[in-house]
Design a binder for this molecule. Structure first.
Ligand SMILES: [Zn+2]
Length: 437
């Protein structure tokens, strides 16, 4: 060993010894980490302001107002912002923001939403600080905290000079919690940008198990079904006879009982949420209430049930539908029944591409000195907007902050997780934008 190489080795050893926390981050990445810390208080202010503005999905003006409030933030980041009116789907609209970076760089779609489940008549309004690290408010984690996390990441990229190379479209829907109808109209823009993108990042809440951040790469579908059963109305003394048959209620109960016995399989859940039967069984226009009438001595003519089922892939959905239809078709004597399906959210399957994104995120975790994020069981994650684009792109779910009690009064957000998630997202988007596609 010459003196010179010894010197180099010693210097390297010394450097390794003095390793700072963010050793493997590039100087730009270290700058993004700093920028997220620096911008944090201002973003919390923005979060409080947009949370104070009610934006229940049916509060069309309120949803638009939140869109208007965040528009200047995106314009400052060099995005062209557009409001896409959704009156055709009986909802407020979507905010779509675009910016183009280096030609050929990864096209990224960032997904979030402006609406919340809390309409103006909900008693849960405003923002409360519970302690140093926790804010309470309607939608403060789901999804206003997610929107702010997304913006904080983009701002950090701008501060480090990496945003200009990135090609990004932001879609903030105005009806995630209560999607517009028809759904094809309500999700047309999201699907269009999903087809355009290479990667989709969903800024819904971060899943945690035992306090550990989890990586989410799948979401189950959500489908509704309705069974309408009919029988011959008549005097109860004749029931089960060839002429009178078994009645609509026994037919419906047969079907539901066989679902319960024969459908169960991995990653599938199915629920019966409403049931009604009698001489009269009439659902209301919202399909959540029923008017019923019947007598003990009358064979019922009508029975209706509504429920859902959730799956992890299109293949599983189709197979389950076929099984349900086959069960429905084996009618009891003197009865009939049909099942009608309504697709809500398609599934986001746990693909290899999605796993690849989680691997990249875990490299970033290592470089940031954070724990590795294990893959979350999809049973723990409901359907969401990213599901509509999952079949076109690689995607990651849960890039937003952690919190508690989403969809219920008392919802909270964990403020430090906004920083942590913004840092991860800024570095991930920067690294993705440098990859060739
Ligand atoms: Zn949400």
């Amino acid at each position: 060993m010459t003196l010179k190489t010894f010197g180099l080795a010693a210097a390297t050893a010394l450097l390794a010894f003095a390793t700072p926390a963010h050793a493997k981050l590039s100087s730009q990445e270290a700058k993004m980490v700093e920028a997220v810390d620096k911008g944090h208080d201002r973003w919390i202010g923005v979060l409080e302001a947009i949370t104070r503005q009610n934006s229940g999905s049916r509060n069309l003006a309120g949803v638009k107002k939140v869109g208007d409030m965040v528009t200047p933030e995106l314009e400052k980041l060099g995005f062209k912002v557009e409001w896409v009116d959704q009156s055709a789907a009986k909802r407020s609209g979507h905010l779509i923001a675009t910016r183009t970076g280096r030609p050929g760089s990864t096209k990224m779609l960032l997904i979030g939403h402006l609406d919340t489940v809390f309409e103006p008549d909900s008693p849960f309004q405003g923002v409360k600080r519970l302690n140093e690290t926790t804010l309470e408010g309607p939608g403060i984690e789901d999804n206003k905290g997610g929107v702010v996390t997304m913006f904080a990441a983009l701002e950090a990229m701008q501060a480090a000079g990496t945003l200009s190379a990135a090609t990004i479209t932001v879609v903030l829907t105005g009806d995630e919690e209560d999607a517009g109808d028809p759904i094809d109209v309500a999700r047309a823009d999201l699907v269009k940008w999903g087809q355009w993108a290479d990667v989709a990042l969903d800024f819904e809440g971060l899943s945690q198990i035992d306090g550990k951040d989890m990586g989410a790469i799948a979401r189950r579908s959500s489908n509704s079904w309705q069974i309408n059963a009919t029988g011959k109305e008549g005097h109860s003394q004749g029931i089960f006879s060839t002429s009178a048959g078994h009645g609509a209620i026994y037919e419906l109960v047969r079907i539901i009982d066989r679902f319960h016995k024969e459908l169960p399989e991995d990653k599938l859940t199915f629920n019966v949420g409403l049931i009604a039967g009698g001489s009269v069984a009439q659902l209301d226009a919202d399909l959540v209430r029923a008017q019923v009438a019947g007598k003990t001595n009358i064979i019922p003519a009508l029975a209706v049930a509504r429920g859902d089922f959730r799956t992890l892939s299109d293949e599983q959905s189709e197979r389950i539908k076929a099984k349900m239809q086959a069960i429905v078709a084996q009618h009891l004597p003197g009865t009939s029944a049909e099942i009608v399906f309504e697709q809500g959210y398609p599934p986001m399957a746990p693909t290899e591409g999605n796993r690849g994104l989680l691997r990249r995120l875990n490299l970033i975790n290592a470089d940031l000195g954070l724990e590795q994020m294990a893959e979350l069981d999809p049973l723990k994650r409901g359907a969401g907007d990213i599901s509509f684009v999952a079949r076109y792109v690689d995607g990651l779910v849960g890039m937003g902050p952690a919190g508690d009690g989403a969809h219920a009064p008392g919802e909270t957000v964990d403020l430090p997780s906004i920083k942590r998630q913004a840092k991860r997202a800024a570095i991930l988007m920067t690294r993705l934008s440098m990859e060739k596609r």
